[in-house]
Design a protein around this ligand. Structure first.
Ligand SMILES: NC(=O)c1ccc[n+]([C@@H]2O[C@H](COP(=O)([O-])OP(=O)(O)OC[C@H]3O[C@@H](n4cnc5c(N)ncnc54)[C@H](OP(=O)(O)O)[C@@H]3O)[C@@H](O)[C@H]2O)c1
Length: 306
């Protein structure tokens, strides 16, 4: 495993993180095994949200922490708030404070290392958010703050009022879903890929030392699911297969290596619930794709270059 210092923090984090969105229907024994495998592989970063499994993902993880109190100090735990599923987004001070307290209770811990605002709230009042951050920081419940799925200007607005740096922006990114890379490559062209759908978030985060955490790293889309071995992505799978053979790893490791190869020092969040799949993906840290291999994968996912 490789590690990096998350800019503007004293956190030394593993380059790969385990996402806990899908663990809700697993048993405590299964999650214990997954967490144990992650820690043994050198992963020290765990991503949660109040809404995963309706709170059940955090609750099961909390049961594992109860069995292994010694794990807590080895871990960087991140959670998110701000989505009320199917109803609204809610960045009100009251909601943020209550959500964090509920997460802490479920996780059976006194603090989370990082809190992210999950998805933009149209009614966001940055002054109110800043007051919530103050209270959470001063009470020791949250050490650092970040966002997910936020445009550069949304980050700027929050930052204008908050004295704590926004350190993370968690964003959807994979070889197949590469919107934030496509627009830069196709700048000033007529093709669909040229559309700037995120306000130049990739370059903004790099300019401001905000760590990008790619989510859904092996997902094509919600509808299609995982692109590994998916019949709609034959060409991509064939290039991944060739590279997997060359580097003696799996295709999933190649998909992660594609993200790690980007010089923005991103921290991919892996959502597998399988210890075997997790060990396979961790091998990505041993792969350094050449420039041509990186572009071969990009082209194999049927995205033209100008
Ligand atoms: N901020 C946001 O808005 C947002 C949104 C979604 C997710 N997230 C975060 O990102 C994390 C990852 O998202 P995700 O779960 O969609 O990501 P993912 O890692 O792309 O997908 C994991 C899914 O792919 C399956 N899969 C099939 N074949 C696989 C293989 N060979 N290797 C690995 N996995 C394989 C896994 O099944 P198995 O379990 O059987 O391996 C699992 O169901 C989440 O846990 C969450 O923490 C954030």
């Amino acid at each position: 495993m490789n590690y990096f210092q998350i800019p503007k923090t004293n956190l030394k984090a593993s380059r790969l993180a385990l996402g806990c969105m899908r663990i809700a229907d697993k048993s405590v024994d299964e999650v214990e095994k997954l967490v144990e495998t992650a820690l043994e592989s050198g992963i020290n970063f765990f991503d949660h949200a109040d809404i995963y499994g309706g709170g059940q993902s955090e609750a099961i993880f909390g049961e594992v922490l109860k069995r292994h109190p010694e794990y807590r100090q080895k871990m960087i735990i991140q959670t998110k708030c701000g989505i009320v599923p199917g109803k609204r987004y809610d960045f009100s001070k009251e909601h943020i404070l209550q959500s964090v307290q509920n997460s802490l209770d479920r996780l059976q811990t006194d603090y989370v290392d990082i809190l992210l605002l999950h998805r933009p709230d149209a009614l966001c009042d940055p002054q109110e958010v800043s007051e919530a951050f103050d209270e959470l920081y001063e009470s020791g419940k949250v050490k650092y703050f970040g966002v997910s799925n936020h445009t550069p200007l949304q980050v700027e607005l929050l930052q204008k009022y908050s004295k704590y740096p926004i350190i993370i922006n968690q964003l959807q990114l994979s070889i197949v879903h590469s919107v934030m890379i496509d627009s830069g490559l196709n700048m000033n062209m007529k093709e669909a890929g040229a559309q700037d759908k995120d306000g130049g978030v990739l370059d903004y985060c790099r300019l401001h030392d905000i760590t990008i955490q790619p989510w859904s790293v092996v997902q094509a889309s919600w509808a299609e699911g995982c692109f590994i071995d998916h019949p709609n992505y034959e060409k991509l799978n064939s290039v991944m297969e060739e590279l997997a053979k060359e580097y003696h790893v799996t295709k999933s490791a190649i998909a992660i290596a594609w993200l790690l190869r980007h010089p923005a020092c991103m921290q991919p969040i892996m959502g597998t619930t399988s210890p075997v799949h997790l060990q396979e993906m961790v091998q990505a840290c041993d792969v350094h794709l050449t420039r041509q291999q990186w572009y071969d994968l990009y082209l194999a996912s049927e995205k033209p270059l100008p």
